[in-house]
Design a protein around this ligand. Structure first.
Ligand SMILES: O=C(O)CCC(=O)C(=O)O
Ligand SMILES: [Fe+2]
Length: 322
């Protein structure tokens, strides 16, 4: 059943368009910043309450203007040690393997020039059926969702599991790590396949807001290899700002106002790449990005008829289920 949903949702000409949808260039509109209300921000069906552990405190800096305008600290989540060293190294090896196959060369400029010197791909094999868009559509239509064939961590890939014959040896183990990420959120969220973004030591991500048409209420990343400073600035008033130090092994999420009204960036600017007076040297970094899919107005059950699912299922340099 799931394959039917998958196939009927996939419109071939839409594959490879995700990158073009992902970024929204902030054109520097000016308007008065008032006390935040959720007025024009799409709200999730159930509240999302992420509480950063106490160890995150020294790694997040809110500007005075952020506090003064009444923005919520809860719109940024940070867990500085979400994975241990062994999990970190496994993820780095596996990301590199996927990147070698799907996006071997670094690209100099993103189409909208917001990212320089990067490689990226999505990995649908790391997203369990039940958590993705196809699983949510199948459930809304009252269909049984098959268990994924690679749910067990150490199960060797088997040629018998049709459609999954090229599952990597460690994909099951990785899913178990990533399920801890998705498990932080209410089950109504449908997830897009994780997106690997490899930023070269000389790469950078300029300020942008992720395209609100492409994905939903939460955007986050599991940070691997080098440390980075991520800066979130209100699109109309850059003094309303949050700086976050992202060490390897950390997990962060932006939601609500920060997801929709603040730009984010990973700067190469040495003045901005500093923490507590110490420089944070430029370094090769991989982020494994997580985004929820934008649910169609009529719910997932209406996705096949409205065609909304095509938007959320098309993928950049898709690994086509690998
Ligand atoms: O690497 C990160 O943490 C952020 C990446 C990003 O902004 C994006 O993929 O849109
Ligand atoms: Fe982004």
């Amino acid at each position: 059943m799931l394959n039917t949903v998958r196939n009927s949702c996939r419109i071939p000409h839409m594959v490879n368009t995700t990158v073009q949808r992902r970024h929204f260039i902030e054109a520097g509109r000016k308007s008065r910043v008032t006390k935040p209300s959720c007025g024009d921000i799409p709200q999730p069906k159930e509240p999302i309450n992420l509480a950063s552990p106490a160890s995150a405190k020294p790694l997040i800096k809110y500007s005075d203007a952020f506090i003064k305008h009444g923005y919520s600290k809860g719109d940024i989540y940070l867990h500085p040690e979400f994975i241990d060293t062994e999990e970190h190294d496994l993820l780095v090896r596996s990301c590199n393997k996927k990147l070698r196959r799907l996006a071997n060369n670094y690209e100099q400029g993103h189409f909208d020039k917001r990212i320089h010197n990067y490689r990226e791909c999505t990995v649908s094999a790391w997203l369990p059926n039940k958590l993705g868009v196809a699983g949510h559509i199948a459930k809304a239509m009252g269909h049984h969702i098959d268990e994924d064939p690679i749910d067990l961590p150490d199960r060797a890939p088997t040629k018998k599991s049709s459609g999954w014959s090229s599952i990597g040896k460690h994909d099951g183990q990785i899913r178990h790590i990533l399920e801890r990420v998705w498990g932080l959120f209410p089950p109504h969220l449908a997830w897009l396949p994780p997106h690997i973004l490899d930023l070269h030591e000389d790469g950078e991500i300029l300020p942008h807001i992720d395209n609100p048409e492409y994905s939903g209420f939460v955007v986050g990343g599991l940070c691997l290899l080098g440390s980075a400073v991520s800066t979130f600035k209100h699109a109309n008033d850059p003094s309303i700002r949050v700086d976050v130090l992202l060490p390897p092994g950390s997990l962060y999420f932006m939601t609500n106002h920060i997801r929709y009204q603040f730009t984010h960036e990973i700067t190469a600017n040495p003045e901005q790449r500093a923490w507590g007076g110490q420089p944070i040297p430029k370094a090769h970094r991989i982020s494994l990005m997580f985004r929820d899919a934008k649910e169609p107005v009529g719910g997932w059950g209406s996705a096949l008829t409205t065609g909304c699912a095509t938007t959320t299922m098309a993928s950049a340099k898709s690994d086509h289920g690998i």
